[in-house]
Ligand binder design. Sequence first.
Ligand code: UQ1
Length: 450
Amino acid sequence: MLPIRSIASRAIYTANSVSFRNAGYATISGDKHNYKVVVVGAGTGGLVAANQIYNRFKAAGKALNAGDIAIIDPAEHHYYQPGWTLVASGLTSKAKTRRPMSSLIPSHLSYIADSVKSFEPKDSTITTLAGRKISYDNLVVAAGLQINWNAVQGLTKALADPNSGVSSVYSYDTADKVWSDVQALRSGKAIFTQPAGIIKCAGAPQKVMWMAWSTWENILKSGSNIRTEFYTGMPTMFAVPKYSKALDELRVKRGIEAGFGHNLISVDSAAKKATFKKGDGSTVVKEYTLLHAVPPMGPLDVIKGSPIADQAGWVNVDKNTLRHVEYGNVWSLGDSSSLPTSKTAAAITAQAPVLAENLFRVVDVGSIGKAGYDGYTSCPLLTGHGELILAEFKYGLEPKETFAKYLGDQAKPRREYYHLKKDVFPFVYWNYMLQGQWFGPKGLVRPDYA
Ligand code: UQ1
């Protein structure tokens, strides 16, 4: 059995112990069937949104009662996924990137350890895997996305073999294997891949590469014996032209060969060969000593084809209001949403306050106000030890940089940003963001939409 868990596993987990969660912090609600707000998913989007919604009503002097908001997620742990690139580069331990779910859900939220089986937005209900029908005044969908590990033939087998030299940053179980493989490599060819299409944190595949390169070059001094190559299904290094240019210059300067429009389709771990499909349909086989593989990703099966999904399978929300285009009491943010921006934790810092404000206004006065999401997202691109390019941008792939006016162009790798990513953000996340008190570039100040 391959011990790969992913966000998707939240949807397929069997809810078998609704009543026995250690309730030191969270309360388990076993019998209530109607809630003012139901939040689906207790990942970054769900936990932040649930807390910001609670805080928003309270700030208006209209506090919801304990138990008015329910959050539903079958996962035993919550993961700080932005930490996995740090795990993959030996900068932190994986144990520090997860905490028991029950320790993170405050007692004023009802915690339902179950998963959604179907959405019935016409009736304002959801049905759970355990067979409960739950009705809501408002529904917030933050269910995450699905990692299609099996879409790359031979990958799960290769990942499960400790000696295969094949790893992936995209799961808790394999993120530390990246680091052990990187440390073990003394010579040969290291291949890093990225699939075509939408993935979460689209910068991560190359962050892992840059940190591995820096480890060989600067720490282990074995760089001259290792050839590094990057094969991506995308046409460029990064979607935003400004950062793409900087990253491509860095790639050339560091002697890293790239193949664009190259999609990993199979791994033969016995022969140490990876097969890629190119845009013209032809295939090409590459030998590797170390392979960092990133599988394709897509919408969760439970959402795809459901009444709340768009054609592609994402929750179909207005890109500025985060309100469902058809069902006015359904909202979405984060990876499961149709928002046409990069799927990151930083994006949640800007999406959640807009969602909380709009939902509050709809409940309070019946219509939304001026709050709108501009597509803000960020990708802290580790480029080596002590250096990071802080990509920040909004809709239209337009840069929206927080620190440029103080420190200069954020396309230039800087030490300050490296420490933001490595030391500041993890602390802020666990201590402020998950409690609904952190607003990204606005810090601890909730945006005012008056
Ligand atoms: C952020 O707020 C955040 O959460 C704590 C991150 O980590 C998950 C980020 O990567 C980024 C970029 C932000 C945005 C905050 C600032 C100060 C730019």
